[in-house]
Design a binder for this molecule. Sequence first.
Ligand SMILES: Nc1ncnc2c1ncn2[C@@H]1O[C@H](COP(=O)(O)OP(=O)(O)O)[C@@H](O)[C@H]1O
Ligand SMILES: [Mg+2]
Length: 466
Amino acid sequence: MIPLTLAEVAEAVGGRLVAADPAARVTGPVEFDSRKAGPGALFVAFPGEKVDGHDYAAGAVAAGAVAVLGTREVPGVPMVLVGDALDAMGRLARAVVDRLPALTVIGLTGSSGKTTTKDLIAQLTARLGPTVAPPGSFNNELGHPWTALQADADTRFLVLEKGARGVGHVRYLCEVVPPRISVVLNVGVAHLGEFGSVENIALAKGELVESLPADGLAVLNADDPLVDAMAARTAARVVRYGEAAHADVRAVDVTLDGRGRAAYTLVTPEGNAAVRLGLTGRHQVSNSLAAAAVARELGMPLGELAAALGELGLVSTRRMDVFERPDGVTVIDDSYNANPASTAVALRALAGMRGAGRAVAVLGYMAELGEYERQGHLEVGRLAAELGVDRLLVVGEPAAPIHEGATAVEDWGGKSVLLTDQAAAVEVLRSELRAGDVVLVKGSRYRTWEVADALRADATDGGAAA
Ligand SMILES: Nc1ncnc2c1ncn2[C@@H]1O[C@H](COP(=O)(O)OP(=O)(O)O)[C@@H](O)[C@H]1O
Ligand SMILES: [Mg+2]
């Protein structure tokens, strides 16, 4: 963070100083975890249900924190007293980014691929200048200000993923940290339950480009009609990416190698260049184009850009994370999250990577689909069968329509089984997997990780993992 006096902090957040020296300077991180609030820090105390941050206020100050931002006084602790600590953190973040004229803020949203693409963009901007981006999916009212507050006078780029849980949410996040470049990836059915309709999802995601200034840039996916149409909702200049003919930054002649890695010709107004991605999955063509459109805008020359795209790696885990085991089994760990669109992408990658062995898919329940839940699961099952997946392990009763959808495909030569839990899936995999098989593990988080981790552990038990 840029150094601010407590008087400046109080002014920025509309707070009141209690037992604090207005001239004392906050130089170091703004943290809500007291263990990280060392010398120079501002500790933010949230009133939690289980743990109350105020109980850790004195400890944070003893460890060197300059003051505590909180909602009630703690005896003997210098405080910036506010009505709402989360709102205050947002205001402080805004005050900091407003004091950084050399900073370019890049925001992105979409139904699938935000974290992946955030990591791709940050890898490219890091080549152009010091970059701050959040770890993993830290994309909400807390993650935003926390990440933005790490920017200082040296920072050139701040890359923020904007998760939307309802109409108005992205707009709020854009008030906390206003982007100059906004990227919209896609509109799908993720979180349909909370939004009610795909139109509402488009409405919510479009807030990202609506809040751009006239000298800003909207980077839109030309291949997604709902995103493409967002051009009408922004005052900013528009650059489109995709495979569609009208895209400004395009991929043509896309091919996939045996490990599901794409190569394509990057077509830009400056010329063409060959790109060979090291990332797995056809969907990375789209994500890498979004990142390329941003880097191009920031002045990265075409040749350098094409080379940099080829060097992009995975940063956040469990997203199409491919590893090979010493026993010759290839595992695609895509267990971070699942919705019908990302599962379709993963199934296509699986089908494309099948070699001499079998294609095996372990699919769990997809959460947050609302009234689309049954249909979404049915469609995923049908697609698995249509793609010719050899073995389908459907995990957990709530995911049963996947099994139904697959078995309803008449001429499917594969086999599906509905299993009660993750342990049962691991057992089946241990008895059935053999060299040459490719296994996809996909579902919504926590429990699905157990399957991926068991496959990983088996690999290390057997010797050095590849
Ligand atoms: N462009 C895309 N289209 C469809 N699925 C995608 C895309 N990019 C990534 N995915 C898949 O979506 C899942 C979630 O990826 P992630 O980057 O964490 O997205 P988000 O942050 O939007 O939840 C992963 O399984 C990933 O492989
Ligand atoms: Mg995410």
